[in-house]
Design a binder for this molecule. Sequence first.
Ligand code: 5CA
Length: 439
Amino acid sequence: MRLSRSFLPTLKETPADAQIVSHRLMLRAGLVRQTASGIYAWLPAGLRVLRRISQIVREEQDAVGAQEVLMPTLQPAELWKRSGRYDAYGPEMLRLTDRHERDLLYGPTNEEMITDLFGQSVSSYRALPQTLYHIQWKFRDEVRPRFGVMRGREFLMKDAYSFDADYAGAVASYRRMMLAYLRTFQRLGVKAIPMVADTGPIGGELSHEFIILAPTGESGVFYDGALEEQDWLGQPVDIDDHASLEAFFERMTSFYAATDEKHDEAAWAGVDPSRRREGRGIEVGHIFYFGTKYTEAMGVSVNGADGQSFFPEMGSYGIGVSRLVGAIIEASHDEAGIIWPDEVAPFDAVILNLKSGDPACDALCERLYQTAPDRLLYDDRPDRAGVKFADADLMGHPWQLVVGPRGAAAGVVELKRRATGERTEHSVEDALSRIGLGS
Ligand code: 5CA
């Protein structure tokens, strides 16, 4: 993308109403704009990040056998009356009425709808287990939307739902999803720690929250730093084997991790002091097992092998996709701006033409740009070098390819790594191969 032709409106001034750093940087770097309290429009760079996060989430869901669907944002109230949650949910639910006076709501979550869809199509235990997910906008009319996309009213969530024949199957589904989450967060370059959680109004018995350390987080957290060092992508877990899943789960839960609600001082004292991590955290994912709560309430049963019908066991599994954009920035920035992890950056690199209009600079930049115009941002604006450097640091591209008249004459590019500030000089081919675009 050429910067001179693109809609990437950066701001020099710090927006006065943004309280936390990620919100300020998202506005300043031109990722989002607020359209109403807690509701945001995603601009091109922000949308690219949202899409890259969604794609990693999708790949790891698919890898554990979950199947993608897409349910609508609007739901009939009747479904929620069947589960008993229509009245229980309260003012957080946005309720509306259509021209035929039928009650609708903008979905805050999808347990009811998925249970109904499942019930319409599955009648035998032979179809089990099933795990379905979608990545869709949700609406919760939060009393105090704040911190930008971190606590919005409209937000993008990945929510998955599992259906199993029995408790053992449901536990296996829960553990598979736990593994998918650990792998997803590792690929996203964030340290999201699973912690035993209260199940809250959703109900159920087995629940974990995935929390990223950040000073602006809403809950206090305590955990063993060894959890940050685990390589979940490298671990050979057989997702079809209950014993293999159990071994993985036991290893994961052998490390201490708890929010302040569940904190146990005696167990904490047993953690090596050099590995104790303590602070505030942001919840980026939440998984629940809740048994037959919805299948029973909504009368969704299937026939068992013995001819008797039974209510399938369920779990639900959420990831805050839009919240993750803010959470990643909270965890990865400096005074100059965002530092995108490679995996989610809107562009792999920015090309900084320090003398737009100079034939040698223009030609070299153009040559670099043409190697991957969809993955590179080319700052071809006629602005001063200082403006370009400042915007590049603010937007946080993992690499900067800097082209000035001296280098252009010699066929040399300066490569800056945003995260470390390290600058090195290379031939064009060498620079491209270092950022993963070499031939
Ligand atoms: N039905 C279950 C799991 S599918 C559920 O709704 N869980 S949840 O309430 O914990 O939400 C899942 C994730 O969505 C949370 O972990 C959080 O990361 C994100 N989330 C929840 N509320 C908001 C909000 N107001 N703004 C941004 N993200 C949110």
